[in-house]
Structure formats: C-alpha cells, structure tokens
Design a binder for this molecule. Structure first.
Ligand code: RM4
Ligand code: MN
Ligand code: MN
Length: 429
C-alpha cells in the first residue's frame, strides 16, 4: 500500500462519474458569485497555489496516555510515510511538503530520502526538534527541562540537537526550524520564572547563531501540558519577547490548539502581524486545549476568521511596506487517535483550503465601509456571506485541474478497495 504511487489514471477514473455533477455545481456557483461581482475564475486562479505541509508524525495512529489503537495499515518507515504523504498530495493537490520531527523521523540516508521525495513530487518543510523526551542512549535527561535547564551540560545537549536538526534540514532542502519546548514546572517554587526564561533565550541564541541566512526559526508557545503549573514559553507574548531578543529570522508559530479556551486566536494573529513576527501555523482543532483534532472539525468559523486576518494583512499596504515578503508557513499538526490518519489528513487539508478560499470571498471594501460607519450588522454580514458560501465546487475544480481527485475521500476509499483494504461500503455524498 505504501510502496507505489497512485496513478493519474486511477484518479481520473474515480473522477469520471463525478464530473457531470461537479460541472453543474460549479456553474451554479459561478452565477451566484457573479451576482456579487466576484469572478469565479479569479478566485480559482488565486487559490491554486495554496499549500499546507503535512506532519511526518501524523501518519501513524496517535494515542493518549490511556492507550493507542494502531490502524491495520500504518506506514512504519520514513520512506513509507513519504509514500503516504504523496498519496495525500496526489489526491488533494495542496500538500506538496512534509515537515519532519527529529529524532522520530530521522532519515537513515539523507540523499536517498531526498531522492525518494523528489520522485514523489514532495519537498521538505520546517524541521521540528524534540527535546521533550529522552532519546535512547542520550547522555543527559530532559526530565527537568532542556533549553531552560539549570545544568549547562543539559542545555548544551539540547542546543546541539537543534543544530543537528538544522544541518539535517539543510541537506534536505528545508528552510525553517520549529522549536516547541515542554520546559516548565508542575509546582509553585520549583523554578525561578525569570531565570528559566533567561536561560531559554540564551540557549536559543546559540541555536540562532548557526541558522543559515535564508532560514527562519519558528518559536511555538503553549500554555500547559506536559507542565501543569507553568510553561517557560507559555503564550504569544512570551514567544514575541523571545523573538525580539533573537533577531529578524525568528518569528512566532501559532498552533491553534495552544490557547486557553475562548482565546480570540484571530486577534492573536492580527497582533503578531502588527509586530511583524507571525512566522506560521500548526493547524488542528480543539474543544478543550491541545486536543489535536482535525482542522475545521470543531470551530470552522474560527479557522475562516484566521484566514480572513491573513488575507486582509496580505492586501494591506501598511503590512506590505513593512513586510514585503509576508508569507507565514502553513503546517498541519494533528494527532489522529480515532480516524484513519490518512483520511484525517486528507479531510484537514481540504478544510484548511476551504477556509482560505472562503476568506478570499470577503468583500474587503464593503467591510471597511461598514466598519468606518460602525454598522455592526452589515459588517458582520459581509463575513457571514463569505463564510456561508459553499465553495466545495471551487476546491474540487482546483483539484481537477491539477489532476487530483474531485472527491479525495471517495477516491482514497476506492484506492483502499483496490488494495483489498476496504472497510466500508462506498456511499457517495
Ligand atoms: C506539541 C507541539 C509541537 C509538536 C508536538 C508533538 O504539543 O504542538 O508542535 O511537535 O506536540
Ligand atoms: Mn504544534
Ligand atoms: Mn500541540
């Protein structure tokens, strides 16, 4: 199942019986958008380049501390994960890059890994370092922290791990390092808050110094878990402080699950844009905290509002003048505990693309007009009209033009059947 690439012919065949319905839906949407002064073709063209990276750690069934229930056909090796990533990309057309977690997915032979990826039409996105657990045979333990540790020898080991991730990434063609730290405390008094942050910044400076000039260092924040009393880089404000200390190549990474309930994440995004420090996203969805559920499954409106901020910023001459190359990176970071990870990744990629395209439909001139007159009802309505538009035919059309699947989940199920792995009867939408 994970040793050959899905053929174009197979996808085309899966598309045949959906084509007529798809064309009818697309025509209807074209008319609907035309009435609003929006060119369907323009939206399609601007949405064709959208891409979101897949996490190497999202291809196997996830779990909780209460257990893990592995899927019957999990990719095991990095090579198999590359084939799985190619399958998601060949079906959806929006996931041409994979982000590696080190040491979980350290390539044995970098050149061979790079070659396989190239053959599969994949590139490498940001590298993710892991100093939140002890790797086998490592000299010092991270039980009491890594980059923030009181012992310089432990900090040095964690710094070196991050530098190694950069070197590996360079060999693979990656351009960014994501640092997420579990460092924190479980009890009041356990550590000095200020000193722990000072030590972390100092360690990060050591890593930053080795960063190639065209690389970015993305600093992730998270309020709690695994530390349950305090986390060193706990919120976007702290991440911003850290980045300001480091320099221009450092920016903040917003993981959608890393906020306390009811945080206005779209406003956090706007603030980071204003500070010129929005580096990228880890997409997922959540009800409570870092649930790592499928993107768009719980709060699709929030996802839309985040893209609304991003598209608004991309059109803003003030942002453009200060950040001519404003382009935060998009990555998925999910844990697929219940669903087939591949189906979850396919669905998530489509949902993220959906939120992006919907946000593209926001009439920004009209929105500003109503905002300036404090017309709350009409301003909100501009957002709702865009959000409530069913853009499925646009997403399907983009995929079709790229030679991908009109309905990627159906095509994936057909692919499973062809490999004798069908689980459910095929029922179309
Ligand atoms: C963390 C964080 C990191 C991810 C790990 C696995 O909560 O989101 O980005 O690498 O989980
Ligand atoms: Mn994350
Ligand atoms: Mn997380």
């Amino acid at each position: 199942m994970f040793e050959a690439r899905i053929s174009r012919g197979f996808i085309e065949e899966a598309n045949v019986r959906l084509r007529k319905g798809h064309e009818d839906d697309l025509d209807a949407l074209e008319g609907q958008l035309a009435r609003r002064g929006i060119s369907l073709e323009g939206v399609i063209r601007r949405s064709m380049r959208f891409a979101v990276a897949l996490p190497s750690w999202g291809f196997r069934q996830g779990g909780t501390r209460f257990g893990r229930f592995p899927a019957p056909h999990e990719p095991q090796t990095l090579e198999q994960k590359l084939y799985a990533a190619a399958l998601v990309n060949d079906l959806t057309g929006v996931t041409p890059r994979i982000s590696l977690h080190i040491p979980w997915d350290t390539p044995d032979k970098v050149a061979a890994t790079r070659r396989t990826a190239r053959q599969l039409g994949l590139k490498f996105d940001a590298m993710n370092s892991n100093t939140f657990e002890d790797a086998p045979n490592q000299q010092h333990s991270y039980k009491s922290g890594s980059l923030s540790h009181t012992d310089p020898a432990v900090r040095r080991q964690a710094i070196e791990h991050n530098i190694r991730c950069i070197e590996l990434g360079e060999a693979l063609g990656s351009k960014a390092l994501v640092v997420w730290l579990a460092d924190g405390t479980n009890f009041p008094g356990q550590q000095n808050f200020r000193r722990a942050l000072d030590r972390t910044i100092d360690s990060l400076e050591n890593i930053y110094e080795t960063l190639p000039k065209d690389w970015r260092l993305l600093i992730e924040y998270k309020p709690f878990e695994p530390a349950f009393y305090s986390t060193v880089i706990n919120d976007w404000g702290t991440a911003l402080m850290v980045c300001n200390e480091l320099g221009e190549q450092a920016s903040c990474l917003v993981d959608l699950g890393h906020h306390l309930p009811n945080t206005n994440v779209e406003q956090v995004v706007a603030r980071l844009v204003a500070a010129n420090r929005l580096g990228g996203f880890h997409f997922n969805d959540s009800k409570y905290a870092d649930d790592d559920l499928s993107s768009g499954s719980i709060k699709p409106y929030q996802l839309f509002l985040i893209f609304n901020e991003l598209i608004d910023a991309a059109h803003d001459p003030l942002v453009k003048s200060k950040q001519p190359r404003f382009s935060p990176s998009y990555m998925i970071d999910q844990s697929h505990n219940i669903k087939d990870p591949l189906e979850d990744l396919i669905t998530s990629a489509v949902e993220i693309h959906r939120a992006y395209v919907k946000a593209m439909l926001v009439n920004r001139k009209t929105l500003t007009y109503h905002q300036l007159r404090n017309d709350v009802t009409m301003a909100e309505r501009v957002l709702k009209v865009a959000f409530e538009t069913d853009v499925s035919p646009i997403l399907a059309e983009i995929r079709r033009r790229k030679g991908c699947a009109i309905d990627p989940i159906l095509a994936y199920r057909q692919h499973l059947s062809a490999h004798g792995k069908a689980r459910t009867k095929l029922i179309s939408r």
